[in-house]
Design a protein around this ligand. Structure first.
Ligand code: DAH
Length: 371
């Protein structure tokens, strides 16, 4: 197959050769019979004007100008050879040839100006049969899509959506969440410090405190956002996304937590995706549980993705620690609730079978446009 660029290349080459051949044709005045000269000059004038009418590009106009008025052009040759005419015919022939020359000169100039002002000065002809160029269309980033999907599921379960600052005080990121200073659990978080007391939030859990400070129970909210940790490998990037959830009211039990998270997993993945709640520790929940789902790749058989355990961890959760209620001024003996937090990239990787988290941040359109 010859591509369009190659065709254009040859098209120009042929065009060029054609005009060179014409340019080197000499004009032999001796062929004229005496008395023919005036007619012949009229014919040349007419032909030049006709050719000019068909010229569509700068190059074509320029080639015509060279062909008729150039150093070896038809009219130039004529004027140069005028001495070969019978003496009595020379003055009229000279006058006529000069008049044609001047007329063509201004016709070429006018045509070039017209072309320039019409904006069609480009060298290429317009091929109206070529298919149009389809404008590239963007899509939502897969992380944005999964983030929206998570939020939509919780919206449908009656949760509100909230947000908060990415630069956070030590109080909200740690202290109010029951991480005392020098508590070893702070080490789990690989914190970026802005100053001694200010950090880039390491999780979205500070939004539990900010939400409860702002409103009395009942609280039912999910808060998506960016979080930061000094960590980078196949499954970690220094910035990633979390969605935090918090539900506080009277008589909320661990059963409610299990019910909501089971519904979430079934909607996010499918009804066949079973869950298990594995005891864990977080300073801000008691009891705490990590939630695993049956491996989406091998369905529990054991594979590389689930490290042959058959299970994949997808989120942390637990019953809100009473210390948090004290910190926000809730009645700790009246209210109970649960919280959970999940990584959006992790959910997206499991849902779409992506094995390297860095794909999400390389902005390779071939990757992004698959979602
Ligand atoms: N903030 C925790 C983390 O980033 C995740 C988490 C665990 C959030 C338990 C919760 C929770 O709300 O109850 O590792």
């Amino acid at each position: 197959m010859v591509d369009v660029a190659t065709l254009h290349f040859f098209y120009h080459k042929i065009d060029r050769i054609h005009s060179l051949v014409i340019r080197h044709q000499t004009f032999d005045i001796c062929h004229f019979k005496s008395g023919d000269v005036q007619n012949e000059l009229d014919k040349i004038h007419q032909q030049a004007l006709e050719a000019l009418a068909g010229a569509e590009t700068d190059r074509e106009i320029e080639d015509l100008a060279i062909r008729y008025l150039g150093r070896k052009g038809i009219l130039t040759q004529f004027l140069r050879n005028i001495s070969q005419l019978p003496t009595e015919e020379r003055p009229a022939a000279g006058k006529k040839a000069n008049a044609v020359k001047t007329a063509l000169d201004s016709a070429f100039k006018l045509a070039a100006e017209k072309l320039a002002s019409s904006g069609a000065a480009a060298d290429a002809k317009i091929d109206v049969s070529l298919p149009g160029r389809v404008p590239a269309q963007g899509t939502l980033h897969p992380i944005t899509q999964v983030n929206q999907e998570i939020c939509d599921i919780f919206l449908s379960l009656g949760f509100d959506i909230g947000e908060g600052p990415e630069v956070e005080s030590d109080w909200y990121n740690f202290e109010a969440l029951n991480f005392p200073k020098n508590h070893p659990a702070r080490d789990m978080q690989d914190t970026f410090f802005v100053s001694d007391d200010v950090v880039l939030r390491t999780h979205t859990s500070p939004l539990q405190i900010r939400t409860m400070e702002k409103q009395p129970p009942p609280v039912r909210i999910v808060t998506p956002g960016k979080v930061y940790r000094c960590d980078s490998d196949l499954t970690h990037t220094p910035m990633f996304h979390q969605v935090e959830g918090l539900l506080v009211d009277e008589n909320i039990s661990f059963g409610d937590l299990k019910g909501i998270l089971t519904t979430f997993v079934h909607q996010m993945f499918d009804e066949q995706t079973s869950l298990r709640f594995r005891p864990s520790f977080f300073p801000f929940t008691e009891p705490s549980a990590e939630v695993d789902i049956l491996c989406v790749i091998c369905r529990g058989e054991g594979c590389r993705v689930c490290s042959h355990t058959g299970w994949l961890e997808i989120l942390g959760s637990g019953m809100v620690h009473p210390a948090l209620y004290e910190n926000v001024g809730y009645e700790a003996d009246r209210y109970t609730g649960f919280a959970f937090g999940m990584g959006v990239e992790r959910i997206a990787m499991l849902k779409y079978g992506i094995d390297d988290i860095r794909r999400f941040f390389e902005n390779d359109v071939r990757f992004l446009s698959q979602f």
